[in-house]
Design a protein around this ligand. Structure first.
Ligand code: GDP
Length: 462
């Protein structure tokens, strides 16, 4: 009810897949006999030579900023649905405190006592990573199409656990994860733990074996995160209180809500150029009214103000710093809007620095992402997973502020309307599994995957 527009409709097939997946989570999830048996296999370090196990699991490691963690969990969930695995989310960094449980009658949180020691600290050198198993010939088939080696690969015993390293330093072998042959092998590994802070979903669309299901689940490919996000991520009671109290107090009565996300990194100084970019973008695109500035000529009479103050805009700024908000607020206080509209500017918090893992900081970050997603139009600083989550939940294609190549100049044009609301996959694989060769452009044959405007080597669904 807080959303102006209802959002895209999920396909009937997606809905039926979700119901089936919920049943799987209940049948195999924590607290069941199947779960205890699977843990036993893991503790015993069993090897499997047989067909895929009845209950298999993927643990999504939670690290980095909240936007990263949300995109990682959404990606792991889609992979879980595609491969009939139970999704278990590592509860680190407050992942156990920010969301409602998405699956009725069970938990998606990995219970304490997971027998793989220190799995949250695994990295590119970890011996159990799929990439290192390939390199060390623990698995035979890799990076390619089914061939004689794959027949051998199918018979080879496999460990009960593999770590999938898809962090941004992932090697070529780690990225074989996106190859059909390797997916066939991974099906037989009962436990996977995946480390990524990116939205790897466009990579899943490159796996041929997944394409049929993905087409049926998502006939509109530009709305994948929109559906996954709205299904999975519901603010917990405390965060929902932050969202609704703020919305009701500051945003509810405006005719239109404009969200402006200003991502500031570290000790970056306040940037008058970025402020100018924001005002020039919002005014050129008619998202916010121009100002009636004093010119020395006689002031024209103000446009008649509707008695009901019918035309008003509320601007929601989110940022770690308050400077941009202060400037925008003063602008619309000290000058009249050329259209006569009343423009109010609001910012819920300014935390100054990123403090991922600090509970009240995480609460505010999630509340602000969610509030942004309740706005009608969005302006974002590109390459930010914080903004990606907001735009996906909103179902809104954002206006992206182009990164300036020269920090003292305002880019021209200052912003562009993004090609879709999907998040960008920042570090896609550059190895073509089908051709078994490197490629500069893995997406060239896939019409619904394009390069991102905000990060040219990134990929996104459109
Ligand atoms: P990204 O780094 O821009 O991709 O976004 P992330 O959400 O992954 O990480 C940035 C983190 O910094 C957030 O999760 C917050 O902890 C903090 N942060 C950044 N911008 C804001 C903001 O506008 N408001 C709040 N409350 N926190 C922010």
């Amino acid at each position: 009810m807080y959303r102006g527009k209802p959002g895209r409709r999920p396909s009937a097939y997606l809905i039926s897949k979700l119901r089936r997946h919920e049943a799987l989570q209940r049948r195999c999830g924590p607290g069941t006999t199947a779960y205890s048996n699977a843990l036993e296999q893991l503790r015993a370090g069993s090897m499997s030579t047989i067909a895929p196990p009845e209950c298999a699991y993927i643990v999504s490691i939670s690290y980095s900023g909240l936007g990263n963690r949300i995109l990682a969990a959404a990606s792991a969930f889609l992979y879980a649905v595609l491969t009939d695995r139970v999704l278990l989310v590592d509860p680190s960094n407050d992942m156990d405190d920010l969301f409602c449980e998405p699956f009725p009658g069970t938990t998606w949180l990995l219970p304490p006592g997971f027998p793989v020691a220190n799995y949250t600290g695994f990295g590119v050198d970890t011996a159990e990573s799929y990439g290192n198993m390939v390199r060390n010939k623990v698995v035979v088939e890799s990076g390619g199409v089914a061939d004689a080696a794959s027949t051998a690969g199918r018979r080879l015993p496999l460990p009960a656990f593999a770590y999938v390293h898809l962090h941004n330093d992932a090697t070529v072998e780690d990225n074989y994860f996106f190859c059909d042959g390797d997916q066939r092998l991974l099906r037989r590994v009962q436990w996977l733990a995946v480390r990524t802070d990116s939205y790897i979903v466009p990579g899943l669309f490159l796996v041929q074996a997944f394409q049929g299901e993905l087409d049926r689940m998502f006939p509109e490919r530009d709305a994948v995160f929109h559906h996954l996000g709205r299904y999975l991520f519901h603010p917990s009671n405390h965060v929902w209180g932050l969202v609704t109290r703020y919305y009701d107090a500051y945003l509810a009565t405006a005719q239109q809500r404009v969200g402006i996300q200003v991502r500031v990194f570290g000790a970056q100084p306040n940037s008058p150029e970025l402020l100018e970019q924001i005002t020039s973008c919002t005014q050129k695109q008619k998202l916010l009214p121009e100002l009636r500035l004093a010119t020395g000529e006689p002031t024209p009479p103000p446009p008649p103000v509707p008695a009901s103050r019918a035309r008003s805009k509320a601007v929601l700024v989110t940022s770690l710093k308050s400077w941009y908000y202060e400037k925008l607020k003063s602008m619309y206080w000290e000058h009249a809007a050329a259209t006569g509209e009343a423009v109010s500017v609001h910012q819920p918090s300014h935390e100054e620095y990123q403090r991922s893992g600090a509970r009240s900081h995480e609460h505010k970050a999630w509340a602000e992402m969610y509030l942004l997603s309740l706005t009608d139009v969005l302006v974002t600083t590109g390459v930010s997973t914080f903004g990606y989550v907001a735009q996906g939940l909103a179902g809104v294609r954002p206006w992206v502020l182009y990164k300036s190549t020269n920090s003292s100049a305002v880019p021209d044009p200052p912003c562009g309307w993004d090609v879709s609301m999907e998040p960008c996959f920042h570090k896609p694989p550059s190895y073509d599994c089908r051709l078994k060769q490197w490629t500069a452009d893995i997406s060239k044959d896939v019409p619904y995957i394009q390069h991102c405007h905000d990060l040219t080597w990134g990929l996104k669904l459109v």
